[in-house]
Design a protein around this ligand. Structure first.
Ligand code: NAP
Length: 249
């Protein structure tokens, strides 16, 4: 049995990730903060033949995170894969750095940064029980400082604080966990799904949630000689040619 927890799995890229991992015969734990939405996702994936279980999980709520970890420990005693997928954006887009309220930044960081650390720390004892655990932090090329400062990158014209800087922080967090865990079987990588049509961007993305999920699934299923401490995924080139690989931090 392979057990994967996906946070923010009731819709979008998270739901697609759960569906794809479930199709491999894995037990997929649908982390969702809203019971009705989580149960609906559980129902839909189960109807499709997956072993899906809803787990109440608000990544910004320490008690909720602790309860989820206790439940997984009692139910399975182990966690093979953690996909830190839950994420939000706020403050308009692209937004103006000089007009950004600190509270807006704080709100985004609560989910995209602090939530990831809280969930990862709570789940690590269970991940360490697995023979080859994988942690996937769903980041974004918008968090890449290199891409943002490259005049040839589609990121170059964007200037916004909350979301991009939260993903930059997440990238560093990914690197630091990868270093802490480098002498263990646990691999930690950041995923760049590419610009996918979801509620996050009012469905303006040019990739599908399923295509974005393939990046998380790739990193969740890395072999023993796979990388750790990378930002990996969709390469958005100015000429639109696309592709996949490691991205600059
Ligand atoms: P989405 O459709 O808006 O889904 C976001 C998910 O996160 C929802 O299930 C949402 O739950 C959940 N969530 C938000 N706050 C939460 C919290 N405090 N606790 C638990 N769950 C929470 O967006 P998406 O595009 O699939 O985004 C998934 C991830 O991909 C995010 O990390 C995002 O930054 C990243 N990403 C997306 C794109 C893109 O183009 N779409 C590109 C790069 C990276 P509710 O339904 O309850 O709100």
């Amino acid at each position: 049995m392979t057990v994967a927890l996906i946070t923010g799995a009731n819709k979008g890229i998270g739901l697609a990730t759960a569906r794809q991992l479930g199709a491999r015969g894995w037990t997929v734990l649908i982390g969702a903060r809203d019971e009705a939405r989580g149960r609906q996702a559980e129902h839909d994936l189960t109807a499709g033949g997956a072993d899906a279980r809803f787990v109440p999980l608000d990544v910004t709520d320490a008690e909720s995170v602790a309860r989820a970890a206790s439940w997984i420990e009692a139910e399975f005693g182990v966690l093979d894969v953690l996909v830190n997928n839950a994420g939000i954006t706020r403050g308009g887009w692209p937004g103006t750095p000089s007009a950004t309220a600190v509270d807006t930044l704080r709100e985004v960081y609560e989910t995209n940064v602090f939530g990831v650390v809280a969930v990862t720390n709570a789940m690590l004892p269970l991940l360490r029980q697995a023979p080859a655990a994988r942690i996937v932090n769903v980041s974004s090329e918008l968090g890449s400082i290199t891409a943002n400062m490259n005049p040839d990158s589609p990121m170059f014209t964007m200037a916004s604080l909350p979301y991009p800087s939260s993903k930059t922080a997440l990238n560093m967090i990914t690197a630091m966990y990868a270093k802490e865990l480098r002498d263990t079987p646990v691999k930690v990588n950041a995923a760049n799904p590419g610009f996918c049509a979801t509620d996050l961007n009012q469905h303006r993305g040019f990739r599908t949630a399923d295509e974005g999920a393939e990046v998380s699934v790739h990193l969740a299923t890395l072999p023993a000689d796979g990388p750790s401490g990378q930002l990996w995924g969709y390469l958005w080139t100015a000429d639109g040619s696309g592709g996949f690989g490691a991205l600059p931090w």
